[in-house]
Design a protein around this ligand. Sequence first.
Ligand code: ZN
Length: 91
Amino acid sequence: MEGLTLKQFSQTSPLSPGEMQPQIILLKGLPMVVAGATIAHELMHCWLFLQRFPELDEETEEGLSEVAAYTWLTDRINNPEVSKEETEVYI
Ligand SMILES: [Zn+2]
């Protein structure tokens, strides 16, 4: 697992108690292309949470998140402005 999304509601914010605050945890030292795909995957989890999307079974939500990662990766592959060197950067 390269990333993880924590879905939580703020208990401590005095301005907006109960505010939805998803957090993404990303493994350090990943190749940029892996980190980007992982972030795209985790952002789909965040988006579903923030949209208050009806709860999905785990398999469906993971599948949607994988589509987001796949879309990000294919966009990178099909973008002629992405250099090979850039894909070899580690973050
Ligand atoms: Zn996931």
